[in-house]
Design a protein around this ligand. Sequence first.
Ligand SMILES: Cc1cc2nc3c(=O)[nH]c(=O)nc-3n(C[C@H](O)[C@H](O)[C@H](O)COP(=O)(O)OP(=O)(O)OC[C@H]3O[C@@H](n4cnc5c(N)ncnc54)[C@H](O)[C@@H]3O)c2cc1C
Length: 448
Amino acid sequence: MEIIIIGAGSAGLLSALMIKNKIPKCNITIIKDPDTKVIGVGESTVGSFITMLKDHIGIDIDDFIKNVKPVTKHGLLFNFGKKDFNYSFDRTFDLEQNGNYLPNGFYFEGGDINHSEESTHIFNKTNTEPIYSKGGLNLNNKLSLEYLEKIAIEKGIKIINGKIISVERIDNNIKSLNKKHKADYFIDCSGFNSLLSEEKWVSYNDSLINDKALFFEITNKRNYNIRPYTQATTMKCGWLWEIDHADNTTSCGYVHSSKYTSDKESLKEVEQKLKIKIKDYRIIPFKTGRLEKHWVGNVITIGNADGFIEPLESTSLMIILQLSLQISYILKYGDKKNDLIDDYNKFVNKYYDNIRDFILIHFCFNNKINNKYWKDYKKRIGKLSKNSLGYEIVHYYLRNNTHIRFLTHTYNDENPFGLEGWYSILRGLIPTETDRKKWLVKLEKGKE
Ligand SMILES: Cc1cc2nc3c(=O)[nH]c(=O)nc-3n(C[C@H](O)[C@H](O)[C@H](O)COP(=O)(O)OP(=O)(O)OC[C@H]3O[C@@H](n4cnc5c(N)ncnc54)[C@H](O)[C@@H]3O)c2cc1C
């Protein structure tokens, strides 16, 4: 089987490695345009990252850590809502402890989300050295891509320079690229250029507001202490991420909406917030949404070319790994009648839409600042469709607190955060019964 992948960003490299690991006999060529740089952000991961690299891509984690020098990420510290709260990747609610018959969440009466022993231990800790766990990582994007490229070449994946300027098609299939590159399958990992797909773009603009990030790096001034989590801070028109690296730098990004603030204003706001002067920064525009179909004929799209939600919760690398795993299974076992591909397209749509809803509730329920941006976000609670999984979980929570036995349908693969993730955010943002009651009325009316 011959596969051509366009792009050598995280999407191109991770999916090439995934497919090569699952189907060693296939020939993979990555074509990358030396004049189009990779996006250069995508540094933070979810809790399953190491397991995916190790178990499904076959990467030697010790070697990865030695070369890429990531920092362990145990979760996020949210400066959202009335009070800061920890969203730990460790299980707070669904663990059955102390011989209890029901999970912790059932007994979680008026408790504080920051209560869990594990969570307190981790989030209070500051480290002079990066520490490693089995979970998530904060990566140095450049080092990580260099490493993945080196491993790809070692595993027999060909990487060549070239700019794709023409696509020859017969019906739904691509015949060749630039009239010379032919393959059985073409995987589009060209980032926001989204070169190969002819499918409709389903925008998330009506629910998610942000469309830009102001990205910069600073020197870590906390006496070399490294935070083993991502810090997410509420800003006037969005939020700020801070990710510490092992080399004493912190990468930061103010994710905001160009409809509510300008580049200049956002720079000023962030400088005031962090009490620093920022000399070098990059404004990264992005669009949120997904394609209507992700695999058509012999064309598959992955990464930013396929869909993007927004960096809060760092979901893109997780999506890339999860989808390339599924693609590799379908490619391996074949799908002559296209049934699996149809299923795949349906699955991916639900997967993206569920993540979109999960991100949406972070914003809608955040009552830290009460300006136009945040008021407008609150109104968007009505975008949670009554048939969606997100609506069901939020509705249960507002009615029952966390006192419910786990719903079986929240465990399915389409909901990567599980009930655990949703409860952590809901509990952090809406901790009191009074607020739960108020929100229940608003949710049922479909508006703020
Ligand atoms: C502000 C922001 C913050 C983010 N933070 C995170 C995060 O913390 N965690 C996370 O998981 N994700 C994050 N993401 C998403 C992240 O960008 C992606 O996960 C990841 O970098 C994948 O990018 P990509 O490979 O799809 O595209 P890119 O990195 O843009 O790579 C595109 C590739 O395609 C090639 N190419 C383009 N056009 C052509 C052409 N015509 N011919 C040949 N080659 C071509 C380029 O040369 C390049 O190699 C963030 C995104 C944004 C916008």
